[in-house]
Each structure stands twice: as C-alpha cells, then as structure tokens.
Design a protein around this ligand. Structure first.
Ligand SMILES: Nc1nc2c(ncn2[C@@H]2O[C@H](COP(=O)(O)OP(=O)(O)OP(=O)(O)O)[C@@H](O)[C@H]2O)c(=O)[nH]1
Ligand SMILES: [Mg+2]
Length: 449
C-alpha cells in the first residue's frame, strides 16, 4: 500500500506500552448490549491510540453517580484493579465533567483518568496532517481536554504526556490557564483566516461546474479503500479507527466520460459530543459542500444498524439532510444479503459493493451518473421580448440564474430539468452544451485543495 503525506505508520511515534483499564457503565439509557458494543469499540480506540487494554470494569446502575460516575465500592475496585495490573490510565466510555475527573483521580493512586472524547481527540492529534486539521484538533483539545487536565501539570510532566494528554505534533498539551485563553484566541483567528481561503477555493471549484461526491460514513467502513480503488489516491486504509482525518480530493472520470471530484473524509463515531462534531466543521465541511454523498456502510459489521444511525445523526448535525445520497453497502464479500438491515435495502439508491474486490463498482458509477442527471442542465433560453407569457413560465418551471435583453429578445439563463428543456425546447439555445450546474442548495461548507 502506497502511503501519502496524510499517513502515519500504524504505531507512528507512539509508545505502545500504555496500560489502560477500560471502564463502562450500564444505565437505563445505555443498556447492556449497547454498552458491550461501545466498550469493544473503546478498546479498539485505545489500541489505535497506542495503548493496551489490560482490564475492563463495568458497573450497572440506574444513572451515573454525579460525583464519581461509579459508586464508591466500584471506584475502590477500580483503584485495586489499576494498581494490580500496573495501569497508568483509566478510560471511561462516556463524557466526564472536569470535576468528575478530579474526584475519580483523587480516589485512584496516580492513575490518569480520561473520557472517550479525550481519547478520540488524542488520536486526532496524532493523525492531523494539514494546517487546518492541526488547528482544529488543538483548538478542540484546548477547549475540551485542557480543562479536564488542569491541576495535573506536575503529574503530566512526570509522565511526559500519555494517552489523552498529547497535543498536536506530539507536543505536550498546554494546560497553563494563563496561556490557554491567549492560545485559544490565536487559533480561532488563524482558523478564520484559513476558512476565508477555503471559501475562495470552494467558490472557484463551484465555478468549474465539476460536481463533488463525498464518501462519508462510520469509521472503518472502507471509505479510503473505495477512494483508492477508484482514483489510486494512495491514502492509508487500515483496520484501525480514524485512519483518515484530513480530507483528500481526487478527480475521477465516470464511464460516460463525465468528470467528478471524489473526496474521502474523516469517519464518524458514536458518542462524540455535538460540540466536538462542530469543532471539526471545516474537516467535515467537505461533506457539507459536496453535491452527492456516498454514504458508506460496513455491511459485515455486527453493529451496522447503530453505525448507520450515528452516520445519519452526524450528517443531519452537519446540515446535509437534504443532500442527494447513495447508500454504499461495502464489504459484500464478507456478508450475506439476508444479514442486511431492511430499511436501507429498500432505498432505491442503495448499492452493494466490495471496495476490496471491485464488485458492484459498475452499479455504483451508474447510480452516480443518474444522480448527476437529476441535477439539471444549465440552459440559455432566447425568447422574443413580446412573449412575456413564455418568459413567465420559464421563471416558473426552471431555476433562473440571470436574464438580459439582446436584439429584441430576452436571454434567460437557468438550470432546467429534462421536462423543462423539452417544453421550452424551441427557445433553448445552448441546452445540453453546458456541463451540469453545481447544486448550490445546502452547500454551506467549504473545501480544501
Ligand atoms: N473484506 C473487505 N475488507 C474491506 C473492504 N473495504 C475495506 N476493507 C477493510 O476495512 C478496513 C478499513 O478500511 P478503510 O478504507 O481504512 O476504512 P475507512 O472508512 O477509510 O476508515 P477511517 O478512515 O478510519 O474512517 C481495512 O482493513 C480495509 O482493508 C471490503 O470491501 N472487503
Ligand atoms: Mg479512511
């Protein structure tokens, strides 16, 4: 596998020896089964972050204890467990408040306590490559992780960092309050500048009229594998969570000769707090600004339904609910059709593929062509100036982009679907000639590259 600048080696420059205890909680809101699924995913995240899960501990209670999440007996058990197996870190599979972290740490002897989001941010910190990605991760860490680490400055310098405490570029996360606010302001400023630049790039990309299809979906669904198979992009694709953080865009020529841009994006994951999704808005903006979403699903996953649900929720948090979608059920080489969740199968825009073997690619590209057709064609209508009735109807039936008078005629430029082109065909001047028009509706994000 070729590796590009976006890649880091699976173990990168991480120490592999952090011993971690994974802690889960079964409540009314998180029943046993969903706690199991989430905890096994947490262990994969720990592995991705370079840690080793040496033990796990789960407690069932109606709701988390407001002070220490677990009850006092379980906290004592956790303390014994950590010292028994020499664990340096306990990762809780839920969102913890800064004071909960402090209270729990007071009960554990020298063990660092982090939550699921801190762990994910830590992985992002190790994976961000572009200036954008790095800024977003650092800002999210300063806002989310740093307040949860304050007061532990001495411990951190003793440990030299550790899981959940690493900043971008492996530098120790700044936890000094005096510097914190200044740094946050500085990063926000830099991000704003970059956002303006991205906006310009996005606008110029829109003007070229080349449509963009973004591959989105749960982490590890096979997005990068599909991207590589179609465009030879050489992106790192591996059996780890969050192999991709920064988006990559490549040109792809469809079988009918039309060109599109395909973007590979960061994967989604359950339990990421809403404000963290927002923090990665500019990375995820690739999805928000795309014309078509290729929603990728690992059809061999035991948790396909939840993964799809998280994907749908994240897409709607990004304001992309109205966007044209093609559901891509990947890894069909590993599963039987009758295992698949029926609600997705009945969607006419669903394709089964194997990004690995190439099975189903023809159907997929066919669906992309169909989606492009439905966007309509940029058409110029030349209507005699005395036919105001026709002018009015064109305004009614098409999406008018502009009009002007020329030699006793009204020239109307609009995006017209096939039906409109055929109704007003005798007035159409350049129909079929133009490339398709970028779908402006809902395009509120911006693009890199
Ligand atoms: N058997 C099989 N494995 C696949 C297929 N597609 C991808 N994989 C494997 O699934 C794993 C994850 O693939 P990636 O392409 O890295 O997944 P991703 O969606 O880009 O993941 P993130 O970047 O982490 O969000 C890799 O080990 C791939 O080899 C497929 O069609 N069949
Ligand atoms: Mg990927």
């Amino acid at each position: 596998m070729k590796r590009n600048a976006n890649s880091i080696s699976p173990d990168g420059n991480r120490r592999e020896s952090y011993k971690v205890v994974a802690v889960g909680l079964i409540t009314q809101e998180t029943p046993g089964e969903s706690c199991d699924v989430s905890l096994s995913e947490l262990k994969r995240l720990i592995d991705t972050a370079g840690g080793v899960t040496v033990a796990e501990l789960v407690q069932q209670r109606p709701s988390p204890d407001p002070r220490t999440v677990l009850g006092s007996g379980k906290i004592a058990e956790l303390s014994e467990l950590c010292s028994g197996c020499g664990a340096e870190t306990a990762v809780f599979d839920l969102e913890l408040t800064p004071s909960q972290i402090k209270n729990i740490e007071n009960e554990l002897d020298g063990v660092t306590v982090i939550d699921r989001s801190m762990l994910i941010l830590d992985i992002f910190a190790g994976r961000a490559v572009t200036a954008d990605g790095k800024l977003q991760v650092e800002l999210a860490q300063l806002k989310y992780t740093a307040p949860r680490l304050t007061g532990k400055g001495k411990d951190l310098s003793r440990l030299g960092g550790g899981i959940g405490t690493r900043g971008p570029g492996e530098s120790k996360l700044e936890t000094d309050k005096r510097h914190l606010q200044r740094r946050i302001r500085h990063l926000e400023e830099e991000l704003r500048t970059l956002e303006t630049k991205r906006q310009t790039i996005r606008s110029s990309r829109k003007r070229t009229g080349i449509p963009v299809a973004a591959i989105v979906g749960y982490t590890n669904a096979g997005k990068s594998t599909l991207m590589n198979a179609l465009t030879d992009a050489g992106i790192l694709a591996e059996d780890k969570l969050f192999a991709t953080l920064d988006p990559t865009t490549r040109k792809y020529t469809l079988p009918d000769g039309r060109g599109i841009l395909i973007t590979d994006t960061v994967g989604f994951i359950r339990g990421l707090p809403h404000h963290l999704i927002k923090a990665f808005r500019s990375t995820l903006a690739e999805a928000a600004s795309a014309d078509i979403l290729l929603v990728m699903i690992d059809s061999s996953s035991d948790n396909m339904a939840e993964e799809l649900e998280t994907t749908e929720k994240t897409l709607s948090a990004l304001g992309t609910s109205e966007k044209r979608r093609i559901y891509v059920l990947n890894k069909c080489d590993l599963c039987r059709t009758d295992d698949i969740v029926p609600s997705v199968l009945t969607d006419p825009d669903t394709v089964m593929i194997s990004a690995k073997t190439g099975e189903g690619f023809e159907t997929l590209t066919g669906k992309i062509c169909e989606a492009l057709d439905s966007f309509g064609t940029l058409t110029v209508f030349r209507v005699p100036a005395d036919r105001q009735d026709i002018v009015n109807r064109i305004y009614e039936k098409t999406s008018v982009k502009g009009s002007e008078y020329e030699d006793g005629s009204v020239l109307i430029t609009s995006v017209a679907d096939e039906a409109a082109v055929s109704i007003f065909g005798e007035y159409a001047e350049l129909s079929e000639m133009q490339t398709r028009v970028t779908n402006e509706a809902g395009g509120n994000g911006e693009s890199h590259e």
